[in-house]
Design a protein around this ligand. Structure first.
Ligand SMILES: [Zn+2]
Length: 198
């Protein structure tokens, strides 16, 4: 079984001057490979390094980085991991070597109990990571879900490139996940929402 450690729960808040401050969730998945899902915003380099250090790791020990989507608060520290294999949209790259992944034929298993699956909607190329753990299925989903509060409402649709596709992707994840790590909030229990309108 694999394991998920949330290195930093994402946040988003509107300040009194109307400016939104946000940073995406960063998660570590431990299986036969060490995998980072999203790398936070460009100003958060020390946040990632500190969280890795608290887990006894340095960036050179990370084998793979999965980028849930290309917004700056989710991919800002990719170059902490120059030796890793990257997954983003349909690209899989290592160094300057690229190959294409076609998620239309199903999820891609990147390590035992760890699958990458396409969950488009927030952008056209979103990926989610579905992890089978001893405590159930954990889905790390980027901004497919902003936070637990938007699990049932429609607030997410304001940030969606394609709300129809996103609603479908959300339903697919809710159907299989016991726990969801959203893009901008604490993990929440997907099972609570199962069968309800996503
Ligand atoms: Zn986003």
């Amino acid at each position: 079984m694999a394991e998920v450690v949330v290195l930093r729960s994402g946040y988003a808040r509107v300040e009194t001057d109307g400016v939104t401050r946000a940073g995406g969730s960063v998660a570590l998945v431990l299986s036969e490979r060490r995998i980072i899902v999203d790398t936070g915003g460009p100003s958060e380099r020390s946040v990632i390094l500190g969280a890795l250090a608290r887990n006894g790791l340095v960036p050179e020990q990370i084998d793979c980085v999965v980028c849930t989507h290309g917004h700056t608060d989710h991919v800002g520290n990719n170059n902490l991991f120059p030796g890793a294999t990257f997954f983003m949209g349909g690209d899989c790259s290592r160094g300057d070597r690229f190959r294409e992944v076609d998620y239309a034929s199903g999820p891609l298993e990147i390590a035992p109990d760890v699958q990458v699956t396409a969950t488009p909607g927030h952008t056209s190329e979103d990926l989610s990571v579905v992890v089978r753990t001893a405590r159930g299925v954990v889905a790390i989903v980027g901004d497919l879900f902003e936070d637990a509060n938007d699990a049932l409402g429609d607030r997410w649709a304001a940030f969606s490139r394609d709300p129809v596709r996103q609603r479908r992707s959300r339903a697919e994840i809710l159907a299989i996940a016991d726990c969801i790590v959203p893009g901008h909030g604490e993990p929440f229990f997907g099972a609570v929402f199962r069968g309800r309108r996503p």
